[in-house]
Design a protein around this ligand. Structure first.
Ligand SMILES: [Zn+2]
Length: 207
């Protein structure tokens, strides 16, 4: 089964980071839905001393062939710096995030780069729990990586497709789910799961 032509999901690599001695990609995902074009997470667009040890190499959305104006809706899976650093590019457009995540990003120490979260003009639409954003496209809380993490679930007519952000940082985490969010993703029996830091989507092992 594949996603019907009506909805397509496109990964866009916007950076890589050094993690445990290896380069780890940073992807954002564009969901082309018949009613709107949705961007899930925004990567980062500049360097910051707080994350210099991760040696970011940047390919920001505003410096590649990417139609910024074509995005109608932004979703943040969570507000770690490598997921919200491009939010400023979408000032004035709706940015959906779980209220818990927004509260933590604004209040918890060492959580993210706060000036990237509340960059000038950035307006959030805080969500409490599950929410249907568009027909067949919903936000679902998936705690684990952070307490306020959410995922995007896209119904395809067959098994759903998930855009999961960091619900799993490595694909192997979904083979052996442990967090509430990972268990929830597996319970959805998805066809595949796009992750922010993996080149290829996770798929269940056929068995
Ligand atoms: Zn994260």
């Amino acid at each position: 089964m594949t996603v019907p032509a009506a909805v397509t999901i496109t990964p866009v690599c916007v950076a890589d980071l050094l993690a445990d001695g290896e380069r780890m990609p940073v992807y954002v995902h564009v969901i082309d839905h018949p009613e709107a074009r949705v961007l899930v997470d925004t990567g980062l667009t500049r360097l910051h001393p707080a994350v210099a040890d991760l040696d970011p190499r940047l390919r920001p959305l505003n410096e590649q062939n990417f139609d910024l104006a074509g995005i109608d809706i932004v979703v943040n899976t969570h507000l770690h710096f490598d997921h919200c650093g491009g939010n400023h590019l979408f000032a004035g457009r709706p940015i959906y995030v779980q209220r818990r995540e927004l509260d933590d990003a604004r209040n918890e120490h060492d959580y993210t780069i706060r000036e990237w979260v509340d960059a000038p003009g950035v307006k959030y639409l805080p969500v409490d729990g599950e929410r249907e954003l568009l027909p067949g496209l919903r936000l679902v809380p998936a705690p684990g990586h952070t307490p306020g993490t959410q995922i995007v679930v896209v119904e395809t007519g067959a098994r759903p497709v998930v855009v999961g952000g960091d619900v799993a940082v490595w694909s192997g985490e979904l083979d052996d789910p442990r967090t509430e969010g990972q268990l929830l993703v597996r319970a959805l029996e998805p066809e595949l799961v796009w992750l922010a830091h993996q080149h290829d989507p996770w798929r269940p092992r056929s068995g």
